[in-house]
Design a protein around this ligand. Structure first.
Ligand code: CA
Length: 224
């Protein structure tokens, strides 16, 4: 699951990013409202599964970002963060299309629970909590993979890649889409990394499903 975090507080931002990464999320972090809006506007390919949006932001407030993105028809679920324990902020945020809110300070476990909940009920319908192909099933909420009903350990990146491939069953998933799903902007992208992960995934899934290589383009997942 790929998260866009928009938060100008460095300490809190660092804590959220590292916390979410340990829970298998891939996180991109921006620190001002203008950049957040332009990033969301320029990403037509559903890059993000959820946005965590602080309200008090430099350049453009969180509420303005939210209002503009919704008016442009960007439907990605949004969780607003507010330091202000102010009923009016929450009401305004929800009125303007936020899916949920969290008041600072909060626990990481609560943040994760809210993210799971709002991505499950996402309007776009492409995020479901369970993905199944052949004898492979993925519980996205619990971040578990089952092969022939037995749980198999997958690393965070393997999990993300396999989910992406199964979401798009029968369609070619390009290397570009896969690296977008895998890496935040701050991460180094190793050109061989995707192949290496796919190699490990194929070993783990054995013959439960097939992941074919489309030379020079990407991969396609199919049931055997
Ligand atoms: Ca702030």
């Amino acid at each position: 699951m790929r998260v866009l975090l928009v938060e100008d507080d460095q300490l809190l931002g660092d804590a959220i990013v590292s916390g979410l990464k340990t829970h298998m999320y891939s996180v991109d972090w921006l620190t001002d409202g203008e950049r957040a809006l332009s990033t969301l506007t320029n990403n037509q390919t559903d890059t993000f599964d959820v946005v965590i949006l602080d309200l008090g932001l430099p350049k453009k407030s969180g509420l303005d970002v939210l209002k503009s993105m919704r008016s442009k028809g960007i439907t990605v679920p949004v969780l607003i963060l507010t330091a202000r324990n102010n009923i009016q902020d929450k009401v305004t945020g929800l009125d303007q299309g936020a899916d949920d809110y969290l008041t600072k300070p909060f626990d990481l476990s609560e943040l994760c629970a809210r993210l799971r909940s709002i991505t499950r009920r996402g309007d776009s319908g492409h995020t479901t909590s369970k993905l199944v192909l052949g004898n492979v099933s993925i519980d996205q909420a619990a971040h578990k993979v089952f092969i022939n009903d037995k749980q198999v350990e997958f690393s965070r990146r393997e999990f993300t890649l396999l989910s992406k491939l199964i979401e798009q069953t029968g369609k070619v998933v390009t290397r570009e889409m896969l690296s977008q799903a895998l890496y935040g902007w701050g991460d180094d992208v190793d050109s061989n990394a995707i192949e290496v992960h796919i190699h490990h995934i194929r070993k783990k899934i054995a013959n439960a499903i097939s992941i074919k290589t489309i030379r020079g383009v990407g991969y396609i997942a199919e049931s055997e």
